[in-house]
Write a protein of this length. Structure first.
Length: 365
């Protein structure tokens, strides 16, 4: 019989987490709460744990500590999978993708763990947002192999199989009621870069659709003049090339946005920008500014700044994004700020932006 620990009855849950990590490192199985029920977990680096999961014959998932580890275990994961992982993890989402026992860090796992994790050339991976499961994963040496048990979590009988094979059960009764109907979403990524929803759960399909998109971001200072015009023009030109409406760009795999390094939330586009885009047949009246936050910049696939100083400011904080952040002008020059000028300055600015965008879209499409 496993030892059952009720979280609401302990003074410090860190003691329980450390006990779970110790059990896992010694080769034991541990039952842990997740966002959608419970999981039975074992250390992927321990031969005996992998052997148990392989013998059980049930579907398993590799639980990683953070989203940036996914490339280590799925080195050939297409960009759509990487985007979904970056934007939806941690959370109740499983990515299933083509995998090989000889590629990436999977090759370093014991043979029993590889056999348990890879079935028909596919492997499932996820990163949990549950405070207990995620902390156990972060403190463990290497990833965990987990089997998810989602149905009727609040009525689970921990005295019955498969829980009787666990040395420790960490019970979270406080969350059982709310998690009883929760389900983990499962997304299948194919080798050609496409994706399908195998099961819709707590992560809705519309969020997955947006998460899989290539995010193109335009950045200036206040997000009221240059970058809103660039966003509007890019959306229009991109839709023209793809022969779809701007509203359908996410269905074609693109998301276009803008932000400002010194912007506030909610400011409208300047009157001159609105008027300039109106003459181009575009509507900027609904634009509201937003600042360039760390969370936003970390999600971008391509970021185009109006000036070199904008790019430098971003890379000072995020040097790892040097290949994703570029100056809009293909000749490397700045796009001058038209603020304070008249309509002629705005017209020249918009024309310059559109010219650079045409060249950028030649590279993207």
């Amino acid at each position: 019989m496993p030892e059952v620990v009720e979280l609401r009855e302990v003074t410090d849950r860190r003691d329980v987490i450390h006990r779970a990590v110790q059990r896992l490192s010694s080769g034991d199985l541990v039952a842990l709460p997740s966002e959608a029920g419970y999981v039975l977990a074992g250390a992927a680096l321990v031969e005996t744990a992998g052997r148990w999961f392989h013998a059980a014959g049930e579907s398993t998932t590799l639980l990683l500590r953070a989203a940036d580890e996914v490339s280590d275990f799925l080195p050939h994961l297409p960009k759509a999978g990487l985007r979904i992982a970056r934007r939806c993890w941690p959370g109740p989402l499983v990515l299933r993708a083509p995998a090989s026992a000889e590629n990436g860090f999977v090759a370093a796992l014991p043979e029993s763990s590889r056999a348990a994790l890879i079935a028909n050339g596919q492997m499932a991976v996820r990163v949990s947002s549950h405070p207990v499961l995620s902390e156990v994963a972060k403190l463990s040496r290497g990833p965990l192999v987990i089997r998810e048990i989602e149905a009727s979590a609040k009525n689970l009988d921990f005295t019955a199989a498969p829980w009787t094979d666990a040395a420790l059960v960490v019970k979270d009764s406080a969350a059982d009621e709310s998690n009883a109907e929760a389900r983990t979403s499962i997304v299948q990524i194919n080798s050609q870069g496409g994706w399908t929803t195998e099961r819709i759960g707590a992560t809705p399909e519309n969020r997955l659709q947006v998460a899989a998109c290539e995010l193109i971001l335009f950045c200036c200072t206040g997000n009221t003049c240059r970058s809103p015009m660039a966003e509007s023009l890019c959306r229009h030109l991109l839709a023209e090339r793809l022969k779809c409406s701007p509203e359908d760009l996410t269905k074609r795999g693109f998301l276009v946005a803008s932000a400002g390094l010194a912007a506030d939330y909610g400011s409208p586009a300047s009157h001159e920008s609105v008027e300039r885009m109106k003459r181009r047949g575009l509507d900027l009246r609904s634009h509201t500014s937003q600042p360039l936050t760390d969370r936003l910049i970390e999600q971008i696939d391509r970021c185009y700044t109006m000036t070199n100083s904008h790019r430098s400011a971003i890379l000072n904080s995020h040097p790892e994004l040097a290949d994703r952040v570029q100056v809009l002008a293909r000749d490397g020059k700045d796009v001058s700020d038209p603020i304070g000028g008249g309509m002629n300055e705005y017209a020249a600015c918009a024309a310059s932006i559109e010219q650079h965008l045409s060249r950028i879209l030649d590279d993207i499409l």
